[in-house]
Write a protein that binds this ligand. Structure first.
Ligand code: GTP
Ligand code: SPV
Ligand code: MN
Length: 590
């Protein structure tokens, strides 16, 4: 007698018609075999799925070049298929589940001909955690199978855990023929099911990540009273050895990985990494918010990563505890067979091929690596991994940070007056668009909680959910907004960022511990100049003053932008959020 899982796999195989079905066990030996297959047998066009990189300087590292049209998330091809459009909300593309399934069935008919179907059993979260979820993804490419081994806790024990139950999250993935016109990422929240075709790119293809752990999980969280968020989780140890845990939401390519692995520039401070992209947060018996990272790896932006900006990530990428580490769409130094990207330390190599495999001409003005080139590395290769990472209960969160990439207006740091105002701060967030998603207009878009592309239901309801959770927390975290990205007249970043962001985190922790006062302004609480430690930093006080200034005259455009954004959610927007915006508008016009 076959189990529910076996039956489901059989059904999908009947539709997609693979030559072979291979059940993965998650072992290192298996990963080595999959890499071999990706180097020798599987190809995209004429390009092998994997090539080996310089093993001396980059142990266990392999390179993957994607299809040229398949380099980032495709939000316009991503759908959330609730039975009705309103539940999906104006923040999602919507299709009726029946229509979406009919469409996907057609596109998937025989799509795995000549290929192997890999069955990937994995956990999101520590297997002993009450918050963990058992999942199974099917895929037809070794790159996705190996990536999932790095990014999730993939193991055959998950199959035993699932047993004959239907209680597992399903993902059906095929790269199809990479045709962008036949590329869709469909979510079926009520069935815990994601169906994706036509793309091998991270957020479109590693279905445990954004698809399940945010879009589907946010819907589960709404029903079960918890939060699935696009957030870093980190511990900040002060010189006395006290560790404060915080969570931080920054939109895609706006600094989460860098924050989570920061080399703190203030003496005596040390960061402990727990997660760099996703946080699942539950209300603990003590009335605090407790967070786990459901993932097991980093799928990070390569561009800009260096010993100067993020030495801990460079070390992680060169560590060889967990096999393997992948580089996708970087350039390659053809003299040394090493990966390269803009911003990496050292001189620009003389002889390179660009991310598309063409000889790179340094005078062309073209970037050698794709701006969204990424690395995939296990969290166990990170030397600053918190000992709490594998704690099934997670860590208690004392502060939540939200922020965006804003070259003007938004101060370096603002503390909210209370939970409700904090939710408003998060709901009114905006950020300049980045290379992490294709086809977005340049400029600021509103991106509440960094969740606009990831909230699996109507965002108006999501704000209400946040307000409700706040009411259930007897000891809620304080909420802050940050902005590392203000620029000067020449377009240069004013704030040094990276390791120096500890100076802002220190102020945040000082506020959590009631150690310093703050200045009240209509937009929130701002640090007194002397309370941000500038020791050892070459930033004159006047520049810091600019980063902390609140010129009310400049705010009216922002506030009407927020009002316009919120109004599209109609009756779903909580009155409390509308009221906060009105209150601010009134104070500014006075
Ligand atoms: P996703 O993986 O897409 O969710 O991105 P992320 O939020 O983890 O962003 P990441 O840390 O990878 O940073 C994206 C880009 O922003 C990189 O090129 C970084 O070098 C740059 N960056 C990160 N932190 C800072 C900072 O404090 N200041 C400045 N100026 N740039 C930063
Ligand atoms: C993001 O875009 O926010 C990422 C990369 O973290 S992806 O996995 O594609 O979502
Ligand atoms: Mn992300």
């Amino acid at each position: 007698m076959s189990t529910a899982l076996e039956k489901w796999v059989e059904e999908q195989a009947k539709l997609t018609e693979p030559d072979k079905i291979y059940w993965c066990d998650g072992s290192e030996e298996e990963a080595r075999g999959l890499i071999e297959i990706g180097m020798k047998e599987e190809k995209i066009g004429d390009t092998p799925i994997f090539t080996q990189l310089n093993q001396k300087n980059w142990p266990n590292a392999y390179f993957h070049r994607s299809h040229p049209t398949d380099v980032a998330r495709t939000e316009h091809l991503t759908f959330v298929c609730h039975p009705d459009k309103e539940t999906a909300g104006p923040n999602n593309n919507w299709m009726h589940p029946d229509e979406a399934k009919a469409k996907m069935t057609k596109l998937s008919d025989g799509c795995m001909h000549g290929k192997t179907m890999y069955v990937l059993p994995y956990m999101m979260g520590h297997p002993n955690s009450p918050y963990a979820k058992a999942c199974v993804q099917l895929t037809d490419v070794s790159y996705v199978a190996v990536s999932m081994r790095i990014m999730t806790r993939m193991s055959k024990t998950v199959i035993e855990k699932i047993g004959n139950s239907e209680n597992f999250v399903k993902g059906l993935h095929s790269v199809g023929d990479f045709d962008p016109d036949k590329r869709f990422i469909m979510h079926f929240p009520d069935e815990n099911f994601v169906w994706s075709i036509g793309s091998g790119y991270g957020g479109n293809a590693l279905l445990g990540k954004k698809c399940f752990s945010l879009r589907i999980a946010s819907w589960q969280g709404l029903k079960e009273d918890w939060l699935a968020e696009h957030m870093v989780i980190m511990g900040i140890e002060d010189p006395k050895g006290n560790i404060t845990y915080i969570a931080a939401a920054l939109p895609s390519a706006c600094g989460k990985t860098n924050l989570a692995m920061m080399q703190a520039a203030l003496p005596g401070y040390k960061i402990w990494t727990i997660g760099d992209d996703i946080a699942w947060m539950n209300i603990g018996p003590d009335g605090r918010l407790w967070a786990i990272n459901p993932e097991q790896g980093f799928f990070g932006v390569a561009s800009g990563t260096s010993l100067k900006t993020n030495p801990n990530m460079i070390r992680t990428l060169k560590n060889n505890r967990f096999y393997p580490t992948l580089f996708t769409n970087t350039a390659i130094n053809t003299d040394t067979n090493e990966p390269w990207w803009e911003g990496l330390d050292g001189e620009v190599p003389k002889n390179m091929i660009d991310w598309q495999g063409k000889k790179w001409d340094s005078s062309s003005g073209n970037k050698a690596a794709h701006p969204n080139a990424r690395f995939t590395a296990s969290i166990y290769n990170c030397d600053m991994l918190s000992k709490e990472y594998d704690n099934p209960k997670g860590v208690p969160i004392s502060a939540i940070i939200v922020g965006g990439r804003r070259n003007q207006l938004i101060p370096l740091v603002v503390e909210s007056f209370d939970w409700q105002h904090g939710v408003y701060l998060a709901a009114s967030m905006g950020s300049e668009t980045t290379a992490a998603a294709t086809g977005l207009k340049a400029g600021v878009r509103r991106d509440p909680m960094a969740m606009l592309p990831f909230c699996g239901y109507n965002m108006g309801k999501y704000f209400q959910h946040w307000l409700n959770i706040g009411k259930k927390l007897s000891n809620p975290p304080k909420i802050f907004s940050v902005n590392w990205f203000r620029t000067d007249e020449e377009g240069k970043f004013i704030w040094p960022g990276f390791g120096d962001n500890i100076r802002v985190l220190k102020w945040i922790i000082d506020r959590v511990n009631n150690k310093v006062q703050a200045k009240e302004t209509p937009i929130g609480l701002i640090p007194y100049l002397g309370d941000i430690c500038l020791e050892g930093l070459d930033v004159p006080k006047e520049r810091l003053q600019k980063l902390l200034e609140v010129k009310l005259d400049d705010w009216s455009e922002e506030i009407s932008g927020v009002e316009k954004f919120l109004s599209q959610f109609g009756r779903y927007i909580p009155n409390e959020i509308i009221d906060e915006n009105k209150k601010l508008a009134k104070e500014i016009n006075e």
